[in-house]
Design a protein around this ligand. Sequence first.
Ligand code: NAD
Ligand code: MG
Length: 396
Amino acid sequence: MQSAADMRQVAVLGATGSIGTSALDVIARHPARMRASVLAAGGNVEALLALCAAHQPDHAVIAEPAAYARLRDGLREAGLDTRAHAGAEALEALVAGPACDTVVAAIVGAAGLGSTLAAARAGKRLLLANKESLVLAGELVIAAARRSGAEIVPIDSEHSAVFQCLRSCEAGGVRRIVLTASGGPFRGWDRDRLAQVTPAQAIAHPKWSMGPKISVDSATLMNKGLEVIEAHHLFGLPADRIGVLVHPQSLVHALVEYIDGSTLAQLGMPDMRTALAVGLGWPERIDSGVSGLDLLAQGRLDFEAPDPVAFPCLRLASDAMSAGGTAPAVLNAANEEAVSAFLQGRIGFLGIPALVEDALAALPAAPAGSLQALLDADADARRFTRQRIDSRTSIA
Ligand code: NAD
Ligand code: MG
């Protein structure tokens, strides 16, 4: 049992989302060793208020400034001591300050970069789910964490798997890592069928329950492309030592192959609470609420190569990674805009890779010496992609 001073103080960013909810579930299982001290969300005040009533944090932050008064009044009406805040600056100050020692970075998209960087700079334990911040500015995030001593524990299931397997050997000797991909809801489909896909079909993931943006990324395989870039930054490996294998059962999350021919894999049910419990408890193992794996009940494990013709996003992401500089920022921003347009029914499913490819071709990679250069590339790619969407009534 730990004293109050040892109690882990956790800031959950993106608290109302899929990862945020899973994080709060794990935290609530360990009231003697951790608590949610800061909860932050995008625009849904009512959902944030409900979480405040359940978890009684010291601070609640809503991104949308117009929602501040409702948050403050709602907290008061509920008789809670939680202090209300609004906007990205307030969030970054709380993340960097004494209100938390651990940060679950689970905001979706490039909007998470500021708070991820703030946690990395401030030396917090950073449970990193927000992969887009690494794709956009991986060098800067990793360098900031190294300088401050911030401990990054990946929450993406594949990267958590690699993190766990790597702990078996202190002195390297890694030949390569392999990330698995479920293949998404359209595994085995050709381009003709993919052209007809609806948003409802794309967000119905066969194995994982996730937010809409990452669900679409999984359906295009862009998610795996972003994860290859994420793994490059987290584990310091070049592209040719990061493999991808389609594994429809989603039970093997990643493999690490060592130079002696030994391959270690991490297996488990597809439930993000396992990766979150690894991050919250590490180096101890704590209960996550997830049941163990019954391989007899599961029956079989299948593996196949990804289809590069039907799912070009994986190649686009590797190209952007090889080009380096601002290219991953352009890839990420164009993808976010294209996914949002697809979810709004404004473009077809195949419009997503087409728009990302166009943005990468139109905005060639430039050196990314500073955060500002990356934010400019992000803004340029969003502007370019929005114009392309607005100027065509139907794309692919
Ligand atoms: P989600 O859409 O369910 O939740 C997103 C959260 O971010 C919500 O709480 C929303 O209010 C908040 N948010 C959005 N914009 C914000 C802003 N500007 N400021 C503050 N908060 C904001 O998404 P999710 O599925 O939980 O994914 C979150 C992140 O985790 C993504 O980067 C995703 O790629 C990554 N991830 C998710 C899973 C998963 O299983 N869901 C797995 C691996 C990685
Ligand atoms: Mg993943």
